[in-house]
Design a protein around this ligand. Structure first.
Ligand code: F6R
Ligand code: MG
Ligand code: MG
Length: 367
């Protein structure tokens, strides 16, 4: 694997402080201890531990490739160790995302969310890692479309020779567990048929058509679909490579200047705006929200993570935050009515079906 580096972002909600609002620093410290040991033993090249709302985020570089059992096992151990701390502090929902009892080789399908990519490091390798709380996998569809297929967002699609050929999108059907590829710009209308329905279809990866290299990867785990019942939301993460044959840093951040509406928020059952915030502000409060996204930038240097730089910690995004707060207020006024509350089909993994079942006998036919 020499010459290639793998960037793995693995996250889990293993206990909130207070309620579902943020991660207690002691959990991060515990995870750092576990990862530092792994680095000393040569398993990791580098790592950074952070939090987005009530999700603990492990950002790791190594030489073992995607889906490596040692790396996934390490993440699982870090989450288990931090869960012990969460239990001692009686944090809320301690261990909530560790829905399997024992690690069995791959962390996918066991609760945590995973975004990983393996690539040959360029002469300079800027990457941005997006981490959201109180929303789900499809939340990245609109920004990924804008970054990699919309010339009104990404000037490079028009004027950069290295991007003019466009990008290939890998789309996952999260319910049927199947995938399809679309080449843009030719197939952008076909692409939009599917990714415009982000509860069902999520962009998993994007590739450069000029070089075939991976440009972006997201986590597409849907906890609710894994567990078959509501066990919390699958707050998603995403890695995007920047500059040169990929969109510029500013083209990657640009879609978040529009706080688009995503599903999640209170009880994972509402629509709300995705507010771009500095990492220190990534802690949902109002009505357990509104949904938030943080963005950390790194230069990867021989696998070392040179950073983080807190990309949304910038007054240029103040207006997006203000609009998000206004949209949050407007939607909140709908209370329990759609479209603030999710449509019934999307509520099937909440506690709503129990209420419906209880009332089933009381329905009478109408002549
Ligand atoms: C949404 C979320 C919170 C909880 C809500 C109720 O993703 O995590 O909005 O759903 O606080 O939580 P419980 O049912 O744990 O009391
Ligand atoms: Mg939580
Ligand atoms: Mg969360």
């Amino acid at each position: 694997m020499s010459g290639e580096v793998t960037l793995s972002v693995i996250k889990a909600d293993i206990g909130g402080w207070v309620g579902h609002s943020r991660i207690h620093p002691a959990l991060q410290e515990r995870a750092v201890e576990v990862l530092r040991d792994a680095q000393a033993q040569g398993l990791l090249v580098d790592f950074h531990v952070t939090a987005a709302g009530d999700d603990l985020q492990l950002i790791m570089t190594h030489r073992r490739g995607d889906d490596n059992p040692d790396i996934h096992g390490l993440a699982w151990r870090a989450f288990e160790a931090a869960t012990e701390v969460a239990r001692e502090l009686k944090l809320y929902g301690a261990g909530q995302d560790l829905i399997s009892d024992a690690f069995a080789g791959n962390i996918r399908g066991m609760g945590p969310g995973v975004a990983e990519m393996t690539f040959v490091e360029r002469a300079s390798e800027p990457v941005i890692i997006f981490m959201a709380d109180k929303t789900s996998a499809g939340a990245w569809n609109l920004p990924l479309y804008r970054m990699f297929a919309d010339p009104f967002n990404t000037a490079g699609l028009v004027i950069s020779p290295s991007m003019h050929q466009g990008f290939r999108f890998e789309v996952h059907d999260v319910k049927e567990h199947r995938r399809i590829f679309f080449d843009c710009p030719e197939e952008m209308y076909d692409l939009l048929v599917f990714i415009g329905a982000p509860a069902r279809f999520a962009v998993k990866r994007v590739f450069s058509r000029a070089t075939g290299e991976i440009a972006a990867v997201s986590s597409t785990e849907r906890l609710s679909l894994i567990a078959g019942r509501y066990v919390g939301k699958d707050d998603p993460v995403m890695i995007v490579r920047a500059q040169s044959q990929f969109p510029a840093v500013g083209e990657i951040l640009e879609p978040f200047a529009f706080p688009h509406i995503v599903e999640g928020w209170m009880r994972g059952s509402h629509h709300g705006p995705l507010m771009p915030v500095a990492a220190r502000e990534g802690n949902p409060t109002r009505f357990d929200g509104p949904p938030r996204v943080i963005a950390l930038g790194f230069q990867v240097a021989e696998g070392r993570l040179v950073g983080p730089v807190d990309m949304f910690d910038d007054p240029a995004f103040d207006e997006a935050r203000r609009r998000a707060a206004q949209v949050a207020e407007y939607l909140r006024r709908h209370g329990p009515f759609e479209p603030h509350r999710l449509p019934l089909e999307e509520m099937e993994y909440t506690t709503m079906p129990d209420v419906m079942k209880r009332l089933a006998e009381r329905w009478e036919p109408v002549a």
